[in-house]
Design a protein around this ligand. Structure first.
Ligand code: URA
Length: 222
């Protein structure tokens, strides 16, 4: 999309790699999450619950392998995951999403990606990464509650590709149309799952209406 064309909810919904997850439970929880009166304890619980529900959707196409299982009654064939997963939380706000993901895939590895937002430029600076040794063999699921300018997402995907990772998905609770467009132009093959596509970014590159600074609200550092 050219600079002069407007990125909107509608244009972002039409991007072929964007998956907007609509569910009444998510919608309800998201409303409480956005509310500025919601305290950090409840905020953390809601991030955890919404991430859990989103993860369920984002893992729908994971490959399975056939196995044999003995039930107390008989032997039967059944299925287990054939895909090795690496969850990549973008520090620090995504730490609030990590537990829920682990609940669903307890044997996933974690590859931490550290980016620090410079509040003056709104640019994210890369400062830390720790990937498992077999990262290149794993499907990476990057988690970050806020998908704002798309800059961090682009850098995170670039870093994983450079490290040999072939399959990457992204889960973000709230996204801005501008960020989704920018990201999708560069990485149209990477699916982005989000529970909301908001109106726009403000001058400080915060999502409007959004929920404020997700890291501050998770970690009570307002
Ligand atoms: N990061 C946040 O925590 N909130 C925003 O609105 C944008 C980036």
């Amino acid at each position: 999309m050219s600079q002069s064309q407007k990125c909107t909810y509608q244009t972002a919904c039409e991007l072929s790699n964007v998956r907007l997850i609509k569910h009444p439970l998510i919608e309800h929880k998201l409303t409480i999450l956005r509310d500025r009166e919601t305290d950090p304890f409840q905020f953390r619980m809601l991030v955890d619950e919404i991430s859990y529900l989103m993860m369920f959707e984002a893992t729908r196409d994971l490959a399975l392998r056939e196995v044999s299982v003995h039930t107390p009654v008989a032997q039967t064939s059944a299925y287990k995951l054939a895909t090795k997963i690496m969850i990549c939380p973008i520090l620090r706000a995504a730490l609030g999403m990590l537990d829920s993901v682990f609940k669903l895939i307890p044997d996933a590895s974690v590859g931490f990606l550290g980016f620090q937002r410079d509040e003056k430029t709104a640019q994210a600076e890369f400062f830390y990464a720790k990937l498992p040794a077999d990262a290149a063999e794993r499907t990476a699921i990057i988690i970050d509650p806020m998908f704002a300018t798309g800059g961090t997402a682009i850098d995170a995907v670039k870093f994983l590709l450079k490290n040999g990772v072939k399959k990457i998905k992204f889960i973000s609770i709230i996204a801005a149309p501008e960020g989704l467009h920018r990201f999708s132009e560069i990485y149209p093959q990477v699916e982005v799952f989000t529970a909301a596509i908001d109106e726009r970014l403000n001058e400080q590159k915060y999502i409007v209406p959004g929920l404020g600074d997700a890291g501050d609200r998770v970690f009570n550092t307002m």
